[in-house]
Design a protein around this ligand. Structure first.
Ligand code: ZN
Length: 122
């Protein structure tokens, strides 16, 4: 039996009508921010696009639209900007996955999930 993998698109959890959900932004200190940033930066690169996303809040370039994955979630590179500059709060499930992975991404696993024809993106 083939196991079906599910990859969740983080944007479905933090955007409302294509805009960053304002409730997700906070002035609070983000716990484990450095570890989370490192995790986001170490994702397996899924796509390469040259377009740069502009930040909705400060209008600075937020970074490329390139997508990264850990085999469970998929996120764009520009998400880092919202964490470093605007303390965006991620869904609990996303943070729990990072913790379960000890803030490490197994790139062989990600490749396996991405190459599996049964993988679902939601
Ligand atoms: Zn910004």
């Amino acid at each position: 039996m083939n196991k079906e993998y599910i990859i969740k698109d983080i944007l479905n959890f933090i955007l409302i009508d294509g805009k960053i959900n304002q409730d997700a932004l906070s002035s609070d200190l983000i716990k484990n921010k450095d570890k989370i940033l490192k995790y986001l930066n170490n994702g397996y690169k899924v796509s390469t696009v040259s377009t740069i996303q502009q930040c909705e809040i400060c209008n600075k370039p937020a970074g490329p639209i390139n997508y990264f994955s850990d085999g469970y979630w998929i996120w764009p590179k520009w998400l880092n900007h919202y964490l470093t500059e605007h303390n965006i709060k991620f869904p609990k499930k996303f943070l729990e996955r990072m913790e379960l992975n000890n803030y490490n991404i197994d790139k062989n696993f990600v490749r396996q999930v991405l190459e599996d024809d049964n993988t679902i993106l939601e």
